[in-house]
Ligand binder design. Structure first.
Ligand code: SAM
Ligand code: SF4
Length: 459
C-alpha cells in the first residue's frame, strides 16, 4: 500500500542530499514523496544545529506538526514524526522529552536503519544516534531513474563526511563525527548512474570536502583533484563543483585541476571566517591571513576567471574593532563574488562558548557593515557581466510563458526566452541586464541558429 512521505530539510546542501537518500531508502517500503505535510503518513524534519536559531526553528515546526498529527488521529490516520540530522544527533532523547509527538530520532549516520526504526516505532519511541561501524552509503538505496530525473539536471553527491578540524566555534565534529571519505569507485558509479538519468552537473559535498582522501582501486588514497579528473571523464557530465572547502586542504592537485579541467566551474567557496590573525588563531583555523591571500593568488594564477565566495563570522569572542577592520580589509583585497555572514552563535559543548562574548549590539553593528560591503562587492561582480557571453546550463521552466531558467558558471540564475527543448542543455547566453540575484540574457546568435525552427516557434 502506498504511504506518503514529507521531508523538510534545514541547513546545508548535505542535508538536502541526505533527505533525497532517506526518500530513496523508504521508497521500497511503499513511501512516495508529497510536497505538503497535510496528507503525509511520515513527516521527517532533517535538522541543522550549526547556529542556535537553526536549532530553535525545529521546535516551533514540531509544534505545528503535533497539531497535524492530532487532527489526523481524529480522522483515524496514524502519522509518525521523525527528527533527523544534527539536532537529532546533538539532543537525542531530549527531543522526545521536549516534544512528545516525536516518534523517531535518527542521527545523520543511521539513515540506512530508518525502515527498521519505523517498525520499532510501532511499539514505542525509536532513537538511533550511534556512529555505526558500517558505511551508511553502502546500505542506502540508490534513487530510481525517475526520481533522479524529477530532481533535475544538477545533482549532489556527498563524498566526504565529518570533520577533524575542531574550529572552536563549530559543532560539526561533534554532530557529524570524524572525517570519513567514500571510496572512488562508489562515487564514480553514483555519478555514472546520475549521468545515465540525464544529470549534467554534479556538486561534490562534504563538511570539509577538499580533505577528501577516499580509497582508490590501487588501495591508495585519492585526492579530490584526482577524483575530479575521474568524474570529468564521464560522458554527459559537463560541470563539476565542490562545497565546502577549508583553506588548509587546498592542495597542489586541486589547484592544478582548476587549471586543467574545463568542467570544473570557475567558482569556489573558500570560507575564511575572519581577516584577523589573532581571531583566526583563537578559532583554531590553522592558517593566517597571509596564507589565505597567498592561496587566492595561486588559484587565480591557475584559473584567472575564478570567482570566490566565503563565510564570515562577526563578533567571535574577543573580536575587537581592529580585528573587525582586518576582516573588512581582507574582503576588499580579495574582492568576493558573494559571501555569507553570520553573527557568532555560542554552541553548547564547543570551546568558544565558554569565552567572554562580544555584546550583541556590537555584533549587530559589525554584521550590518560587513553585509553592506558584501552587497557592494556582489553588485560590482554582477554588473561586470553585462554585455558578456557565457555558457548557461538550462535547468527548468521560468515563471513567464516561453521562458526557461539556467545557471551561469558562477551559479547565478539566468532566465532566458528560449525553447523548452534546451532544458538539460548548455548554450551561450549574452547578458543584457543585472538584477540583485540574477542575470537577464538572450540566447547568443550561434545557439539561436542551432535550434530547429519548428521548435523555436513551439510547433
Ligand atoms: N567546513 C567549512 C569551513 O571550514 O569553513 C564550514 C562549514 S559550516 C557547516 C558553515 C558555516 O557556518 C561556517 O563557515 C561558519 O561561517 C558558520 N558557523 C559555524 N559555526 C558557527 C557559529 N557557532 N556561529 C556562527 N556561525 C557559525
Ligand atoms: Fe566546522 Fe568547517 Fe571548522 Fe570543521 S573545518 S570544525 S566543519 S568550521
Amino acid at each position: 500500500m502506498t504511504k506518503k512521505l514529507y521531508v523538510k530539510s534545514y541547513g546545508c546542501q548535505m542535508n538536502v542530499y541526505d533527505s533525497h537518500r532517506m526518500a530513496d531508502t523508504l521508497a521500497p517500503e511503499g513511501f512516495v514523496e508529497t510536497a505538503t505535510p497535510d496528507d503525509a503518513d511520515l513527516i521527517i524534519l532533517n535538522t541543522c544545529h550549526i547556529r542556535e536559531k537553526a536549532a530553535e526553528k525545529v521546535y516551533s515546526e514540531l509544534g505545528r506538526m503535533r497539531v497535524l498529527k492530532q487532527e489526523a488521529a481524529l480522522q483515524g490516520r496514524d502519522v509518525k514524526i521523525a527528527v533527523a540530522g544534527c539536532v537529532a544527533q546533538a539532543e537525542g532523547a531530549e527531543i522526545i522529552r521536549r516534544e512528545r509527538a516525536v516518534d523517531l530520532v535518527v542521527g545523520p549516520q543511521s539513515y540506512h536503519r530508518l525502515p527498521d526504526m519505523l517498525k520499532r516505532a510501532e511499539q514505542g519511541k525509536a532513537i538511533d544516534t550511534e556512529f555505526p561501524v558500517e558505511d551508511k552509503f553502502a546500505h542506502l538505496a540508490a534513487p530510481s531513474h525517475a526520481a533522479t530525473r524529477k530532481r533535475g539536471v544538477s545533482a549532489f553527491i556527498t563524498v566526504q563526511e565529518g570533520c577533524d578540524k575542531f574550529c572552536t566555534f563549530c559543532v560539526v565534529p561533534y554532530t557529524r563525527g570524524a572525517e570519513v571519505s567514500r571510496p572512488v569507485a562508489r562515487i564514480v558509479a553514483e555519478a555514472q548512474r546520475l549521468a545515465d538519468a540525464g544529470v549534467r552537473e554534479i556538486t561534490l559535498l562534504g563538511q570539509n570536502v577538499n580533505a577528501y582522501h577516499g580509497e582508490d582501486s590501487d588501495g591508495h588514497a585519492a585526492t579530490l583533484g584526482c577524483l575530479m579528473h575521474r568524474l570529468a571523464e564521464i560522458p554527459g557530465i559537463a560541470r563539476l563543483r565542490y562545497f565546502t572547502s577549508h583553506p588548509r586542504d587546498m592542495d597542489d592537485d586541486l589547484i592544478a585541476a582548476h587549471r586543467d579541467l574545463p568542467a570544473l566551474m570557475p567558482q569556489l567557496h573558500l570560507p575564511v571566517q575572519s581577516g584577523s590573525d589573532r581571531i583566526l588563531e583563537a578559532m583554531n583555523r590553522h592558517h593566517t591571513r597571509a596564507d589565505y591571500l597567498r592561496l587566492i593568488e595561486r588559484l587565480r594564477r591557475a584559473r584567472p576567471d575564478l570567482a570566490f565566495s566565503s563565510d564570515f563570522i562577526v563578533g567571535f569572542p574577543g573580536e575587537t574593532e581592529d580585528d573587525f577592520a582586518d576582516t573588512l580589509r581582507l574582503m576588499a583585497e580579495v574582492g568576493y563574488a558573494s559571501a555569507f555572514s553570520f553573527k557568532y552563535s555560542p554552541r553548547p559543548g564547543t570551546p568558544a562558548a565558554d569565552l567572554d562574548q562580544v555584546p550583541e549590539a556590537a555584533q549587530d553593528e559589525r554584521l550590518q557593515r560587513l553585509q553592506a560591503d558584501i552587497e557592494r562587492q556582489q553588485a560590482a561582480f554582477m554588473s561586470a557581466y553585462v554585455g558578456q557571453t557565457f555558457d548557461v546550463l538550462f535547468e527548468k521552466h521560468g515563471r513567464h510563458p516561453g521562458q526557461i531558467v539556467g545557471r551561469s558558471p558562477y551559479l547565478q540564475p539566468v532566465p532566458v526566452v528560449a525553447p523548452a527543448s534546451l532544458i538539460g542543455e548548455i548554450a551561450p547566453v549574452t547578458i543584457t541586464e543585472v538584477r540583485t540575484n540574477s542575470l537577464i540574457g538572450t540566447l547568443a546568435q550561434a545557439s539561436r541558429q542551432a535550434v530547429p525552427l519548428a521548435e523555436a516557434v513551439g510547433a
